[in-house]
Design a protein around this ligand. Structure first.
Ligand code: AP5
Length: 218
């Protein structure tokens, strides 16, 4: 099974696909967004600064995120793994190359999630997250609606919205994505590591396409 790096605009569905892969294939999973949200909970000076930047839709500085990410990657003792949110700019891409060289990681594929931007707005504003187990829902799509309004199907806790899931912040997140993250598409294409997955279609088809990529021996 291949290691996976997701490149995707905000709320394109990489966390949802990752959850499926973790359950089915036992993937190890690193989400830089989750790492940062845990820092925010600490209520430290750093947490306050990270919270502010996330709620503005800005990226967090490489000096903060890269050591935190490395610490998490080094905890992973066996492949395959999924990287959700790393890299997010060319500097982070080069940093990851060096880290992979050091750790002898070669078997990976970069999955670029391609999706229409109109759909992204619904995915952002409709997203709800369980306040306890973190399971993700969406109030606008039947497949992802909770069975009981605002209650988690799994643990019964209330659902909440993320501080950066509003249209104003979303505009900045998309701008940052285009400016900082999109150049990675060319970067990985030139390395012959990139495959596109069209995500404007039913989830079962998206999953089928991703499974083809990770199971491919090439
Ligand atoms: P992060 O948490 O990574 O946010 P993101 O990239 O914007 O991605 P999301 O978590 O919003 O979305 P997702 O693609 O996982 O979608 P999901 O599966 O939930 O980062 C947050 C912030 O942290 C950044 O803005 C930045 O500030 C900072 N940060 C993180 N990494 C960084 C880094 N490396 N460097 C610097 N800063 C960094 O799905 C979205 C919704 O759609 C859900 O409601 C879901 O139920 C629904 N959905 C999913 N699939 C479908 C489908 N097929 N049909 C209908 N609905 C669907």
């Amino acid at each position: 099974m291949k290691n996976v790096i997701f490149i995707a605009p905000p709320a394109a569905g990489k966390g949802t696909i990752s959850e499926y892969l973790v359950n089915k294939y036992n993937y190890k999973y690193i989400s830089t967004g989750d790492i940062l949200r845990n820092i925010v909970k600490e209520n430290s000076k750093l947490g306050t600064e990270v919270k502010r930047r996330m709620e503005e839709g800005e990226l967090i500085g490489d000096d903060i995120i890269l050591p935190l990410f490395k610490e998490e990657l080094l905890k992973i003792k066996e492949e395959p793994f999924i990287l959700d949110g790393m890299p997010r700019n060319l500097e982070q891409g080069k940093y990851l190359d060096d880290l992979f060289n050091e750790l002898n990681v070669n078997n990976y594929r970069v999955i670029n999630i391609v999706i229409e931007s109109d759909l992204l707005e619904k995915r952002v504003t409709g997203r709800r997250i369980c306040s306890s187990c973190k399971k993700t829902y969406n109030i606008f799509f039947d497949e992802f609606k909770p069975l009981t309004e605002n209650i988690c199907n799994h643990c019964g806790s209330p659902l909440i919205s993320r501080g950066d899931d509003n249209l104003e912040t979303f505009k900045t997140r998309i701008e940052k994505y285009k400016l900082e993250t999109e150049p990675l598409i060319k970067y990985y294409k030139e390395k012959n590591k990139l495959t596109n997955v069209e995500a404007t279609k039913p989830q079962t088809e998206i999953i089928r396409d991703v499974e083809k990529i990770i199971e491919d021996n090439q």
